[in-house]
Design a protein around this ligand. Sequence first.
Ligand code: SF4
Length: 61
Amino acid sequence: MTKVSVDDTCIACGTCVEICPDVFELEGDIASVKNGADLSLDEKIIEAAEACPVESIHYEK
Ligand code: SF4
């Protein structure tokens, strides 16, 4: 990955954090990408993006 982001449609369900805690974290009522996250975890990032119920996770390979 070169870029991963979470947009403001996130409903803070926690799924992405469960799937890939090295990259995503929950801050209050929105998920975000951790500072210094390991963006080489492509498969997990894609899995989290596909599992997000509201398609809030965006990435560029
Ligand atoms: S899976 Fe989607 S809706 Fe759930 S916390 Fe992550 S970004 Fe937000």
